[in-house]
Design a protein around this ligand. Structure first.
Ligand SMILES: [Mn+2]
Length: 314
């Protein structure tokens, strides 16, 4: 089968046509597909700035700027990886549990066919749906979680499924192998001194923003790879891991973070990690400026596809 290609922007202007991620074909035909772009436009798990429901749409819109060749790995991504834009999973605004059910139904045919989902959020509450589906298909997975926050709180306003709880639930439900998982980028003020310790108690290893900036991105990537080894890995990026100067359009910004270049360098040094799924979450376009956060989210998505293409090339 001919691999799907992006519409060539040297032949058709970028502003023409319906914007899919990186101008890839929009289809639900999964025959021969290696990776599928899926939007998760759910944001009623957000305790603060609501609006991440527009994330997938805005990421697709600006992603027409991206090109198929990743020069950092010297790879034509779509030569090795057959990628489609699957569209959005169904959600039910305001009903988190019902949303989980229908999202998981929509993710299941993709994941159970061995296809790698690359999901765009949406707030981090719905990460649990992906973790569940990946876990059901692959068994326990390792997590690389880039975020200013641990998202391991037990409850929020008495609710068990909010944007700050998915990575606790994922361990409790048995999908995440915390002993081979790592959370990177934590910073900022805390509700209690337990906020960080709660992740350690769940079994996670943490690299805080200050430590990451001190040791540098190459060494941070090395420690991440050492932690996850050859295991099947789910990479989760919350856009708030980046400093608000580079990523203002998020739900819960935290000052004093890494630059856009820092996190791109980190991702580009994760070649060889066995990625079975990935997500870019928490883009809140309503607070963005000049689409800089959306462009960065789309670029993170392209880098994640490059990592999957490297896996395929071997
Ligand atoms: Mn966060």
């Amino acid at each position: 089968m001919q691999k799907p290609r992006s519409t060539n922007s040297l032949e058709t202007p970028r502003f023409c046509g319906i914007p899919t991620f990186m101008r890839l074909p929009h289809t639900r035909d999964l025959d021969g597909v290696d990776a599928a772009i899926i939007g998760l436009p759910f944001d009623t798990g957000s305790p603060y700035r609501v609006g991440c429901r527009f994330g997938p749409r805005e990421i697709r819109n600006i992603s027409v700027l991206l090109r198929p060749i990743n020069p950092y790995h010297d790879i034509d991504v779509f030569e090795h990886l057959s990628v489609i834009d699957y569209g959005d999973a169904r959600i039910v605004p305001g009903d988190t549990l019902r949303s989980f059910e229908v999202m998981e139904e929509d993710l299941r045919p993709v994941v159970s066919a061995g296809i790698k989902p690359l999901c765009f959020g949406g707030d981090n509450s719905v990460s649990l749906s992906q973790i569940r589906e990946l876990g059901r298909h692959h068994g326990k997975i390792s997590l690389i979680h880039l975020d200013a926050h641990t998202d391991t709180w037990d409850d929020y306003l008495g609710l068990k499924h909010m944007s700050g709880s998915a990575y606790r639930r994922g361990v409790e439900e048995g999908w995440i192998d915390s002993a081979t998982s790592i959370q990177v980028g934590m910073r900022g003020s805390l509700f209690s001194r337990e906020d960080i310790q709660q992740s350690v108690k769940l079994g996670y290893k943490l690299i805080h923003t200050d430590e990451m900036l001190e040791i540098g991105m190459v060494e941070t990537a090395r420690r991440i790879k050492e932690r996850v080894g050859d295991n099947k890995v789910f990479i989760s990026i919350d856009m708030d891991v980046v400093d608000p100067a580079y990523a203002p359009g998020v739900q819960i910004p935290e000052c004093g973070g890494p630059t856009a270049h820092n996190i791109l360098t980190l991702l580009r040094n994760l070649g060889g990690v066995n990625v079975v799924g990935a997500e870019v979450m928490e883009l809140n376009h309503l607070y963005d400026s000049g689409e800089i956060t959306a462009l960065l989210a789309a670029t993170f998505g392209a880098e994640l596809l490059a990592l999957m293409a490297l896996n395929k090339r071997g």
